[in-house]
Structure formats: structure tokens, C-alpha cells
Ligand binder design. Structure first.
Ligand code: 0O2
Length: 201
């Protein structure tokens, strides 16, 4: 069915998401076949809503056009990969980057370089070519890879953006920053404990 904003391009966005989720499925099966830990807890996908895309185009001072949404904004198609441990985040990122048909166009490591508000996540934008009825189309997909704890934090922090009239914004922001730092320490401690339990790692 045609989408009112993305029109027929919705097929390309959803196609690109399925291409990468199927690669992720193969990565998980490969790891399990090698008796390694499954590095992924779960995956969510979405095509950015029309409202959110229009808001982002305006925020970036771009004309609100489908062409700009598909070529200037890289997260019309998005995949979020949630891992238990920080080292899994890097394992998944490296394995995805090995696919020759996925071209990295942007990469940001907000785990090594957290944002000032405490946001942590590993972002990669891939460009892939999809053959649709004999025509080759380039599609961007933004992948966000993070731990369960980072995801927990960013979902709560994200709510701040959309809530109007918050009473203590500075206090909430500083509490969120404190939690982000505590989460980062806990993530590292959990990984260390896991390695101590599985001494062969
Ligand atoms: P929404 O509503 O989640 O979709 P840039 O590199 O700055 O030109 P962009 O795309 O803003 O372009 O890059 P970035 O920094 O990689 O951010 C992309 C997405 O990451 C955001 O999309 C958010 O989903 C998420 N993100 C980035 N920073 C934060 C943050 O501080 N807190 C939370 N909760 N999420 C963040 P959107 O479209 O901005 O937002």
C-alpha cells in the first residue's frame, strides 16, 4: 500500500530494513553455531513517521520534500539493536561492516564519546543498493546499537523532548546525566563479572 509521505519509496525503506535484519539473523546463527554467545538481545525496526521526518527536515533547515527525506536525512529507515554487553555492541557493528553490499556512510561512537547529556549508543548509517523492478535504488538505513541499560536510559530521556511544561528541567537533566554515568559503570562491571564467570573468554 502506498504511504502518503514516502509514497512508493516505502517499499525501498522496508526492503532495506528486511535486508539488514536478515543479515543480523545470519550473524546470530553464525555466532551460536560457533558456540559463542548470541550478541543480540533483540531488534526493533521502524520507518520514521511522517511527523517526525517533517520536524527533522525543518530542524535541519531543509525543504520538506520526499527527495530530502530520502537523501539528506539518513534515518528514514531505522534499526535498533539491543545487546546485553558493551563488547557485543562492537562485535555486531564489526560483523555488519564486513558485508560488502553495505557501505558505511556515517559512523558515530557515542559510547566512547558520550553526548554531554549522557547519551550513549553506537550509530552507523549504511547505504545499500536495492534492485526494484530492474532499477537500482540507493537507500540509507541508520543502525543504533546499544546495551539494554543504555536503551532504558535513552527511552526515558527521549520523553523529555516531547513533554511540554516540565517543572524542573535542569534538575531532571542533571539526574539523567548522573544515571547515564552510573549505567555506564554498571555496564562495564557486568561485563567484567561475566568474563570472571566464563574464565575461558
Ligand atoms: P528521534 O525522535 O529519536 O527520531 P547529524 O549527524 O547531527 O547531522 P542526526 O541524524 O541528528 O544527524 O544524528 P545522530 O546524532 O546520530 O542522531 C540520530 C538519532 O539518534 C536521533 O534521531 C535519536 O533517535 C538518537 N539520538 C541522538 N542523540 C540523542 C539523545 O541525546 N537522546 C536520545 N534519547 N536519542 C538521541 P532524531 O531524529 O533526532 O530523533
Amino acid at each position: 500500500m502506498e504511504n502518503s509521505f514516502y509514497k512508493d519509496s516505502i517499499v525501498l525503506l522496508e526492503g532495506a530494513i528486511s535486508d539488514i535484519t536478515s543479515k543480523l539473523d545470519i550473524i546470530r546463527k553464525y555466532k551460536i553455531s560457533k558456540n559463542d554467545r548470541d550478541p543480540i538481545e533483540y531488534i526493533t525496526t521502524r520507518v520514521k513517521s511522517e511527523e517526525s521526518m517533517k520536524e527533522k527536515l525543518k530542524r535541519k533547515n531543509l525543504d520538506v520534500t520526499l527527495q530530502n527525506a530520502l537523501t539528506k536525512i539518513f534515518d528514514a529507515a531505522g534499526i535498533r539493536i539491543i545487546c546485553a554487553y558493551i563488547d557485543d555492541v562492537y562485535i555486531v557493528a564489526e560483523m555488519l561492516k564486513k558485508y560488502k553490499d553495505l557501505k558505511v556512510v556515517k559512523e558515530k561512537d557515542y559510547i566512547k564519546n558520550p553526548k554531554p547529556n549522557g547519551y550513549r549508543s553506537y550509530h552507523i548509517v549504511f547505504e545499500l543498493s536495492l534492485d526494484l523492478a530492474g532499477e537500482i535504488n540507493n537507500v540509507y538505513v541508520e543502525i543504533q546499537i546499544r546495551t539494554i541499560a543504555m536503551d532504558f536510559w535513552s527511552n526515558l530521556e527521549h520523553q523529555m523532548k516531547y513533554k511540554k511544561n516540565i517543572k524542573n528541567p535542569e534538575f531532571i537533566a542533571s539526574e539523567l546525566k548522573r544515571c547515564a554515568d552510573e549505567i555506564a559503570t554498571t555496564d562495564l562491571n557486568m561485563q567484567t563479572i561475566r568474563k570472571m564467570i566464563n574464565t575461558e573468554e
